[in-house]
Design a protein around this ligand. Structure first.
Ligand code: SAH
Length: 237
C-alpha cells in the first residue's frame, strides 16, 4: 500500500515537471515568433537594414529584461517600465541607435544608462567589450545579475555617474547614451577614440538624437531623429 502511494506520488511529480518543461518550450517558441514579428514589422519596415543588428535583435530574449507582471508586452512597439521610474526603450529605437554605431566586432563600447541591461546585451553580440554605467544601484545590481546568469562574459556593469564616463577603460571606439543630458558631457567627448562615434539624445523637453563623430580631434554633430528619453540625472552631492 505504502509502496503504491509513493510510486503514484512520484509519477504525479514527474508528469508535472514534464508538463512544466513542455510549457517553457512552448513559451520560448511563442516568444521567438513574437521576436521575428517585432523585427519584421517594427524594425525592418522602418528602414533598419544592418544584418548583424537585425540578427542581434532576433537573438536576444527581450522578455527576460522585462518585469514579470508585464512580460507579455515585451515585444510591443513601445518603451516599458523597468522599475525606479525608468524605462527600457522601444525595440526600434534600440535597433536604430545600434545601427548608427556601425559596429564590426572588434570595438570597445561605453553605454551610459544600463537600465534593464537589454541594450548592453544587444551590443555584446556585436562588439568585443561593453562597459555600461547605471546611476541607480538597484537597477545596476539587477542587470549585472541577469547578464551574469545569461552568461554574458564581455559586459562590465558599474554603479556610477555617467557624466564622468569610465576613465579607467577609455578610450572607447563608440559611446551610446540611453538617457538625455541637456548638453553632451565633456568627459564623454574626451574618452571617445579618434575616428569614433557617440550616439546621444540631447535636450530637456524637446530632444534630438545626435550622432557625433571625432575626426582628427574635430567633432562633427549630426541630428538624426527627434526622440523622447528619460533625463540623465545628476548625482546627489
Ligand atoms: N539602456 C536601458 C534603458 C535605459 S533608461 C535598457 O536597455 O534597458 C535610462 C537609464 O539611464 C535609467 O536606468 C537611468 O537610471 C539611467 N541614468 C540616468 N542618469 C544617469 C547618469 N547620470 N549616469 C548613469 N545612468 C543614468
Amino acid at each position: 500500500m505504502k509502496k503504491t502511494l509513493i510510486l503514484s506520488f512520484l509519477i504525479v511529480v514527474c508528469m508535472d515537471s514534464g508538463c512544466r518543461n513542455a510549457r517553457t518550450e512552448d513559451t520560448d517558441k511563442s516568444y521567438s515568433i513574437l521576436r521575428q514579428q517585432m523585427v519584421e514589422t517594427q524594425i525592418k519596415s522602418r528602414g533598419v537594414s544592418n544584418k548583424r543588428v537585425l540578427n542581434a535583435m532576433l537573438k536576444v530574449e527581450r522578455h527576460k529584461f522585462i518585469p514579470e507582471e508585464i512580460r507579455h508586452m515585451a515585444y510591443e512597439d513601445c518603451p516599458l517600465p523597468i522599475g525606479e521610474g525608468q524605462t527600457i526603450s522601444q525595440p526600434y529605437i534600440v535597433a536604430y541607435m545600434t545601427e548608427l554605431l556601425n559596429l564590426e566586432g572588434n570595438e570597445k563600447v561605453l553605454e551610459i544608462g544600463t537600465g534593464s541591461g537589454y541594450q548592453a546585451a544587444i551590443l555584446a553580440q556585436l562588439c568585443k567589450e561593453v562597459y555600461t554605467i547605471e546611476i541607480i544601484p538597484g537597477l545596476a545590481i539587477k542587470a549585472k545579475k541577469l547578464l551574469r546568469n545569461m552568461n554574458y562574459k564581455n559586459i562590465k556593469v558599474k554603479i556610477g555617474d555617467g557624466y564622468k564616463g569610465w576613465d579607467k577603460y577609455a578610450p572607447f571606439d563608440c559611446i551610446i547614451v540611453t538617457c538625455a543630458p541637456e548638453e553632451i558631457p565633456q568627459p564623454l567627448i574626451d574618452q571617445l577614440a579618434e575616428g569614433g562615434g557617440i550616439v546621444i539624445p540631447v535636450g530637456k523637453y524637446y530632444q534630438e538624437l545626435f550622432l557625433v563623430t571625432k575626426t582628427k580631434g574635430e567633432l562633427i554633430k549630426k541630428s538624426v531623429l527627434p526622440v523622447r528619453f528619460v533625463p540623465m540625472i545628476h548625482q546627489k552631492k
